[in-house]
Design a protein around this ligand. Structure first.
Ligand code: TXA
Ligand code: MG
Length: 341
């Protein structure tokens, strides 16, 4: 199958493809998603096949308005509060399913379902035109960094999906915060741009924010968190801010070039501007999040690079999403002076 790239004035073609049960990648403010009609079980099945995704890892249902959620999930006052405060936006809400209202292929057989209203006009128009909510995991091959451009999606999925709606690079660059509101105490299952503190302020009650790292054998709360993730086929190491001087000395002593992903102030300080083994993470932490996955993909596609060193950010709640994704990409490996020098 030839994969089309549609411009934002070609939403109607994308909507038609969704309606006939085909797969369409769509833009959001976080990462590109891989869309299918949430009420067409066969179409949803194709999503798992195209990504190579394990079938016990449930999908997020994307909606264009909050009322759509009530067709398949139990929306209580608490859920309405966070929807009002954060939708459209980078927040995915887990709620109990309305029994029989949505297929097990979407929920991975759980009694709960994830929903999100993306902050992207093109995609909300697509959902309205297709006249159905659409499921949307990140539009990458399972295990690879999530796509932040249409070209990333094309790289992973061309020939496997009908088309891609191209709305340029996403702005946030890491996936949405996932909050579980199906339980007594709200819990963040995946960190994202919206922090536990912001959620607590709206909910007026404590939010559990420990992201539990689960072993592959356990039944995790967010099934997606147990798999190796966001990982290029390279050796990735996190570098703490105070270790960059040593890390650069180590990198420059290697025979093959080592990919370096670091913020502009460190690039300037170490006189690395313009070097072809350097990927800039920009001028602040938000930019770093927006550029993380693209950098990992850039080095993943370079045959001359076997190792990538990536800046860890200060451990604040706003940086939790970035550090969490980097932790997974690197399988937790850290550059440290004693082992490397
Ligand atoms: O920003 C995002 O959320 C992007 C864009 C495309 O919207 N989507 C995304 O989807 O990241 P995906 O499938 O890559 O990640 C969904 C996460 C997985 O960790 C999955 O296990 C979890 O949400 N999840 C989905 N349904 C769930 C449920 N019922 N209970 C617990 N976790 C759930
Ligand atoms: Mg994903």
């Amino acid at each position: 199958m030839e994969t089309k790239i549609w411009a934002v004035n070609e939403i109607e073609q994308a909507a038609k493809a969704i309606k006939r049960g085909s797969l369409v990648a769509f833009p959001t403010e976080t990462v590109y998603g891989l869309g299918a009609d949430a009420f067409n079980e066969q179409a949803v099945g194709k999503v798992y096949a195209a990504k190579g995704r394990p079938s016990d890892n449930p999908l997020i249902v994307h909606v264009a308005d909050a009322e759509q959620v009530e067709k398949y999930a139990m929306v209580d006052a608490r859920a309405k509060k966070v929807m009002d405060a954060f939708w459209p936006g980078p927040l995915t809400i887990i709620l109990p399913v309305v029994r029989g209202a949505i297929s097990h292929t979407v929920t991975g057989g759980l009694e709960t379902v994830a929903s999100r209203m993306p902050d992207n006009d093109v995609t909300r128009t697509l959902i309205r035109m297709a006249d159905t909510p659409i499921v949307g995991p990140s539009a990458n091959t399972s295990g690879k960094p999530s796509p932040t451009t249409a070209q990333h999606v094309y790289h992973d999925l061309h020939g496997k999906i009908a088309g891609i709606l191209d709305d340029g690079a996403t702005t946030i660059g890491v996936e949405s915060t996932v909050i579980d509101l199906s339980v007594a105490q709200p819990a963040v299952l995946r960190p994202g741009k919206i922090t536990p503190e912001q959620l607590e302020a709206v909910l007026g009650e404590p939010v559990d924010s420990e992201v539990h790292q689960v072993a592959a054998s356990e039944a995790p709360k967010a099934p997606g968190m147990k798999y190796r993730h966001y990982a290029p086929d390279k050796d990735v190491y996190m570098v703490a801010r105070e270790d960059w001087t040593q890390a650069i000395i180590w990198a420059q002593g290697q025979l093959a070039p080592v990919g370096l992903m670091l913020p502009n102030d460190l690039i300037v300080e170490h006189q690395l501007a313009g070097m072809n083994f350097v990927w800039s993470l920009g001028n602040d932490d938000a930019e770093a999040a927006a550029k993380l996955f693209a950098g990992l993909r850039y080095f993943d596609d370079r045959d001359d690079i076997a190792t990538i060193l990536v800046a860890e950010l200060a451990h604040t709640s706003a940086n939790a999403a970035y550090n969490n994704r980097l932790g997974k990409s690197s399988s937790g490996q850290k550059f440290n002076v004693t082992d490397f020098m």
